[in-house]
Design a protein around this ligand. Sequence first.
Ligand code: TYM
Length: 338
Amino acid sequence: MKTRVLTGITTTGTPHLGNYVGAIRPAIRASQDPNNEAFFFLADYHALIKCEDPDRIARSRIEIAATWLAAGLDPERVVFYRQSDIPEIPELAWMLTCVTAKGLMNRAHAYKASVDQNRVKGEEDDDGVTMGLFSYPILMAADILIFNAQKVPVGRDQVQHLEMARDIAQRFNHLYGGIEPWFVLPEAVVDDDVATLPGLDGRKMSKSYNNTIPLFEGGPKALQSAVARIVTDSRLPGEPKDPESTQLLPIFKAFASSAQIDEFIDDLRQGMAWGDAKQRLAYTIEQELAPLRDMYANLMARPDDIEDALAIGARKAREQAGPLMARLREAVGLRNTI
Ligand code: TYM
């Protein structure tokens, strides 16, 4: 039996280095293992939670799809699809919503962060909080459970959502399970070295903090200028630097060999200028990204081919999701009429 690996990216923005090292690169590696079968998707229903700009969502969908393909996703091996092409996902999300305690959702980080921000501003706890944001982890659980994925490669920020998916799966299994449980309990696969890649300001690299380093968009110039804007301390060239306290190091580690990392640390201790360190960082990232960027540019010039690949993926995904959904409808007492 193959291990089923699944992951998704929300289509709200241009992919950044954090998405690449936290999710895309480990997922592509996992998809190349013959013991695995991979399901990778564009989380476009999730995008509606944070973005009301249809053009932005449409553009982001193509950019993220092209990114996956440029990073090495082979659509022959991987089931590659758009979440919104699989109607079984929102259908399962509703079934799961009906068995999920509201208290579980009250504890979700994204919801709690909105409440905290409102309190700081002196506003009502739930001001501006939609039901989409509140129940977001249930939709994510449906993404995973509809395919009974066992492993989910993600950055650390998604680990709580995986725990919630397990809780929800257990609850459903308990309520409706016979001898066989309906859902396997999915596990997050987090690469500890790059679990949270910092952004320009040292906080987690995130579209919402506006502190990202773009992966392909803007070419090597945009990469270099973003790297030049990484915040460093005021130590002058020649003064020893503390490698562990700069976010240049975790980013460098994500792209360099261990010999290059040792040399980088030594050079910082011996007073390498921040400007030189940043140049070396940009160069090292570029070594890995340059060939992928060319591929990305080719793909972006052929959006129809991308859409075709996604349509094939959607058919394959529905071949899996449809029969499970039919059995789930029976299990909860609904009739399958069509
Ligand atoms: P999203 O779109 O915010 O991020 C996509 C993936 O990139 C990882 N990531 C990072 N990893 C390391 N360092 C960072 N700075 C960084 N920023 C982002 C995220 O952890 C994620 O793995 N809810 C998800 C999308 C989703 C999903 C799913 C994922 C929807 N359904 C089912 C897995 C399974 C999200 O918003 O990720």
